[in-house]
Design a protein around this ligand. Sequence first.
Ligand SMILES: [Zn+2]
Length: 172
Amino acid sequence: MEWTDDIIIRLRSLWDEGLSTAEIGRRLSISKNAVVGKAHRLDLPARPSPIRRDPAAIGTLRDVAPRRVSGPTLPSLATPAAEPAIVPQIVPQVVARAPVPAAKPLRPSLIAAMAAPVRLAPRTPSCCWPIGEPGTPAFHFCGDPALANKPYCGPHAEIAYVRVRDRREDVA
Ligand SMILES: [Zn+2]
């Protein structure tokens, strides 16, 4: 067994890691006694408690470390969740801006559409006297030209006003 500088460096490294003398021996392909003897000659510090030099215990500690790292990682993932709070603030602005340019082209067409029936109504004022049973397909309005300042045509206006007179006479 030759203790080359390379092997001694690896021995010191494994020793500092807290590995057991048996484990160090396996990794350096030497006996446990060789490790203990060389460590004694190198005057390496005394081994920590048997628990700490247990590779399984070290492995556990190393497993815990990544978990602790994953802890802060989750909040960092939650951080993007804060961004949606900013996005809604942007969306309303976009939505608010969109209707403005969209309303400009719509308004002229809406005015024209509303102006068309308004123009037709005064030209052909028609009688609104209901004919037939309301709710049935046969139901319709008279449609004859209405009298000036009257919602009905001549005959229907006459009927309407006659009825008003009759009611008044009944009351009197
Ligand atoms: Zn009529």
